[in-house]
Design a protein around this ligand. Structure first.
Ligand code: HEM
Length: 117
């Protein structure tokens, strides 16, 4: 049977912890049932939900067992025309912004105590 082909729009619609898809090397995975069991936590999966998680998945250096497990959740392929239409995870950007906010807050608190008469 030929694999099911999904458009980017459809993949983008599965982005919650009770309905979570992501793409790895052009293949689509429904990891909804795995969200609670992921040793790397729920947030990492939510971070790539509805997006292309290839770089993120590979950068963790997942074990061979993890790669085999991944195949349990395979549901089909992304439409060839839509491969570049998927969002790339923005969570790294967000977390570095959080660091900036924390540093600014610490500076503000220190400044308050230094300036205080
Ligand atoms: C179905 C998809 C996935 C499966 C089956 C899976 C499986 C696993 C497994 C079995 C581990 C334990 C360590 C190992 O055996 O490699 C793990 C750890 C981890 N995974 Fe995943 N993973 C998946 C998707 C992802 C994605 C998309 C990301 C990144 C966005 C991610 C990030 C992590 C992180 C950060 C750890 C923790 C590493 C550590 O603390 O040592 N995983 N994953």
């Amino acid at each position: 049977m030929p694999p099911k082909v999904f458009r980017a729009e459809e993949i983008n619609a599965h982005v919650t912890e009770t309905d979570l898809w992501f793409v790895y090397k052009g293949r689509v995975y429904d990891v909804t049932k795995f969200v609670d069991q992921h040793p790397g936590g729920m947030d990492t999966l939510l971070g790539v939900a509805g997006q292309d998680g290839t770089t993120d998945f590979d950068s963790v250096g997942h074990s061979d067992t993890a790669k085999e497990d991944l195949e349990k959740y395979y549901i089909g392929e992304i439409h060839p025309e839509d491969k570049d239409k998927l969002g790339v995870p923005k969570h790294e950007q967000k977390s570095s912004m959080n660091t900036v906010y924390i540093i600014l807050a610490v500076i503000a608190i220190l400044a308050y105590f230094i300036v205080k008469p």
